[in-house]
Design a protein around this ligand. Sequence first.
Ligand SMILES: Cc1cc2nc3c(=O)[nH]c(=O)nc-3n(C[C@H](O)[C@H](O)[C@H](O)COP(=O)(O)O)c2cc1C
Length: 256
Amino acid sequence: MSKKICPAVVVVVMFVLLLAMSGFAQEPAAEKSKQGSEAEIISLPAPQYDGWISVEKAISLRRSVREYVDSPLSISEISQILWAAQGFTRERKDPPRMWNPKYEWQGGLRTAPSAGALYPMEIYLLAGNVEGLTKGVYKFIPKNHSLKKVMNVDKRTDLCNAALKQASVEKAAAVIVMAGVYERTSFKYGERAERYVHIEVGSIAENVYLQGMTLGIGTVIIGAFNDKDVKSVLQLPEDEHPLAIMPLGKMPKAAG
Ligand SMILES: Cc1cc2nc3c(=O)[nH]c(=O)nc-3n(C[C@H](O)[C@H](O)[C@H](O)COP(=O)(O)O)c2cc1C
């Protein structure tokens, strides 16, 4: 005697199958960037304002370094490098006269020159092997020398892929990404702003190179990458445009 299958059972089985095919086959939800007030803030150790090596020596030894020793960087070293990039060197309470009110004035003059003191650069740090920092993506906040954690995942491999698979990006203990906000500079300088923002990347990068030299940390300024991919990997806000990548890692003895 043949058994009849109840239509309700068929519907339930099909529903479960459909769920399995759609839901479980999906990629895990992508990590969302936290740029707002819900983000974790990490205070950085105070930077040093003096060092053991002359500026002439650091300039003469500077080289682009693309291979690193597989050892961690300390949070103090990261603090020092970020200060050299965009840290404060003098308090200035009021913004310049031509400040775009859409943005927050952070309250100081910085280590690298900036057209009109408008400071269009945002500095991101991808931490992979840093003592005192969990893996993830951070934004440097100059006004209180701190890091805001914007992503909880290690994005070095994705960034490496976006940078035409340049291995230095994946091998580095940490990676800096500079993103320019043209609107901060164009509010005063109009079309000239693009040139000014690009000049500023160079100044900041040289500070990172030279500060790295004093700490035995190697870096290279990387300009070859896919803009859209970098923006997507870091989930940058619409008005932030990636302009340079700088991997950071302990230098092999022979380099530099
Ligand atoms: C605008 C710019 C873009 C660069 N892009 C890359 C890059 O994508 N990858 C890389 O390995 N080096 C890059 N470099 C580093 C140069 O290759 C390096 O500065 C050059 O070979 C001279 O070597 P030195 O920096 O050791 O003096 C770039 C340099 C500049 C100034």
